[in-house]
Write a protein that binds this ligand. Structure first.
Ligand code: OSB
Ligand code: MG
Length: 381
C-alpha cells in the first residue's frame, strides 16, 4: 500500500460554481434501468489563487437507479459541502474525506467536490492526477459498454462497429428477455473477443438457474446481477455459477468492498470514483483488491471529458487488471467539452493525460454552449 503524501493549501476555496451541462448522446443508451438519450452532468468548478479546478458528478437526471440526483447533489453541495471548503483547513483531498465521514449517503455529491480538490492539488503542485495517485501506466486498456438493443442481430451489428473501431473488450447490458440469446449471438460472431455482461440488478436469486446458462459463453464476468443490498444473495449465486461475479452498485465504500470479498459475494470489483466518494476511497478499494489478488477495473457513467480524465488517471494504478468502461469521447458525444478529446489507440487503450491535475483543458466556448444553468457561491467569510 502506497501512502499519498502530496499536500498544498487548498483552503479557503475562493468560489464554487455549479454548472449543469447537457450533451446529446450519439446513440441512445439502454440498460435495465431505462433509456438515456442525453447526458446531463453537474460540474463543480473551484477557484483559488488564479487556479480553476473541475469535478464532475455522476448522479443522473432522475432517481430510477439511485437515490442521488443532480438536484439532490446540488442541494447538498450548496447547503453543506461548500461551507466546508470555505471554512475548514484542507491541505489534501483526504482531509475533505475525513470532514465528510459523518455524512450518510450522498457519495456522488461528495465525490464531485473531492475530485475537484484533486484537480486543484495537481494544478498547484504541477503534477498529474496519475502522478499524485502513484499510477504506473501511460496508457490504460479500455472497452465499450453497449446498451440493450432491439434484437440479437441488431446487437451483433452494433458490436461489429465497435470491434472495427478497435475496441477489444465488449460489455453487453442484459436484462430478463435480453440475455442468453443475445449473448450467444455475440459469442458466436466473436468467438475470441473479451466479453462481459452487466445486469444492473435486473435479477433475483430465483434466476440462478437461468443465469447459470451464461456460464458457457466464457465471459470475463457478470456485473451486478442482483440488488444493491443483496450481498448475501450474491454470495449464494456465486456458489452456483462459474462466471465470476463483479459488483458495481453494491460497493459504496472500502468497507463494502472488504465485506463483499470476505463473504464471496464477488471475485471482481468495478471501481467508479464517483460512486465511492472520490479518488481517495477509490484508491483504497484498489489497494484492497491488489492485496486480495481480486481483479479491479474502472467503471464509467457516460462522463464528459472532465469526469473521464479522473477515471483514466485512476485506471493507471497497477491493480486495474481488467479493461475499463472508459471509451473514447466520440463513442458518447458528437463534441466533448474538452479541447483535446480522448481517442482510442490501435491497442484499445486511452493515453493517460500528463499535464497538471486532470491534464485536459476545458473548452470554455463548448462548455458555455452546453450549459443549462449555473450558480456561483463566493466565499464571504
Ligand atoms: O452500470 O456501469 C454501469 C452507465 C450508466 C449507469 C450505469 C452504468 C453505465 C455504463 C456506462 O455501463 C459505461 C460507460 O461510461 O461507458
Ligand atoms: Mg455497472
Amino acid at each position: 500500500m502506497v501512502t499519498l503524501t502530496d499536500s498544498a493549501e487548498l483552503s479557503p476555496i475562493e468560489s464554487l460554481e455549479l454548472r449543469e451541462v447537457k450533451l446529446p448522446l450519439v446513440s441512445p443508451f439502454e440498460s435495465s434501468f431505462g433509456v438515456e438519450t442525453v447526458k446531463k452532468a453537474l460540474l463543480v468548478i473551484l477557484k483559488k489563487d488564479g487556479v480553476t479546478a473541475y469535478g464532475e458528478c455522476i448522479a443522473g437526471l432522475d432517481n430510477a437507479r439511485n437515490e442521488e440526483t443532480v438536484v439532490s447533489a446540488k442541494d447538498i453541495i450548496q447547503t453543506y459541502l461548500a461551507s466546508l471548503l470555505f471554512k475548514k483547513t484542507i491541505t489534501a483531498p483526504h482531509d475533505f474525506s475525513a470532514l465528510t465521514s459523518g455524512l450518510r449517503g450522498n457519495n456522488m455529491a461528495i465525490a464531485s467536490v473531492e475530485m475537484a480538490l484533486w484537480d486543484m492539488l495537481g494544478k498547484m503542485k504541477g503534477k498529474s492526477l496519475s502522478q499524485l495517485l502513484v499510477g504506473e501506466r501511460e496508457e490504460v486498456e479500455v472497452g465499450v459498454s453497449i446498451g440493450i438493443q432491439l434484437s440479437p442481430s441488431k446487437l451483433v451489428e452494433t458490436v461489429t462497429t465497435y470491434v472495427r473501431e478497435g475496441y477489444r473488450r465488449i460489455k453487453l447490458k442484459i436484462s430478463p428477455g435480453h440475455d442468453v440469446e443475445y449473448v450467444k449471438a455475440v459469442r458466436d460472431a466473436f468467438p475470441k473477443t473479451k466479453l462481459q455482461v452487466d445486469a444492473n440488478s435486473a435479477y433475483t436469486l430465483q434466476d440462478a438457474k437461468h443465469l447459470k446458462m451464461l456460464d458457457e459463453f466464457d465471459l470475463l464476468l457478470i456485473e451486478q446481477p442482483l440488488g444493491r443490498d443483496d450481498l448475501l444473495d450474491h454470495a449464494e449465486l456465486q456458489r452456483e455459477i462459474s462466471t465470476p461475479i463483479c459488483l458495481d452498485e453494491s460497493i459504496q465504500s472500502p468497507g463494502d468492498a472488504m465485506k463483499a470479498l470476505n463473504i464471496g459475494a464477488c471475485k471482481i470489483i468495478n471501481i467508479k470514483p464517483g460512486r465511492v466518494r472520490g479518488l481517495y476511497h477509490g484508491k483504497q478499494i484498489h489497494d484492497l483488491c491488489l492485496e486480495r489478488k481480486a481483479p479491479a477495473w474502472c467503471g464509467g457513467m457516460l462522463e464528459t471529458g472532465v469526469g473521464r480524465a479522473f477515471n483514466v488517471a485512476l485506471a493507471s494504478l497497477p491493480g486495474f487488471t481488467l479493461p475499463g468502461d472508459i471509451s473514447a469521447s466520440r463513442r458518447y458525444f458528437k463534441k466533448d467539452i474538452i479541447t483535446k478529446e480522448f481517442e482510442l489507440t490501435a491497442r484499445s487503450t486511452l493515453l493517460v493525460p500528463r499535464g497538471p491535475g486532470i491534464g485536459v483543458e476545458v473548452d470554455r466556448d463548448l462548455l458555455d454552449a452546453a450549459t443549462t444553468s449555473r450558480t456561483t457561491f463566493k466565499n464571504e467569510t
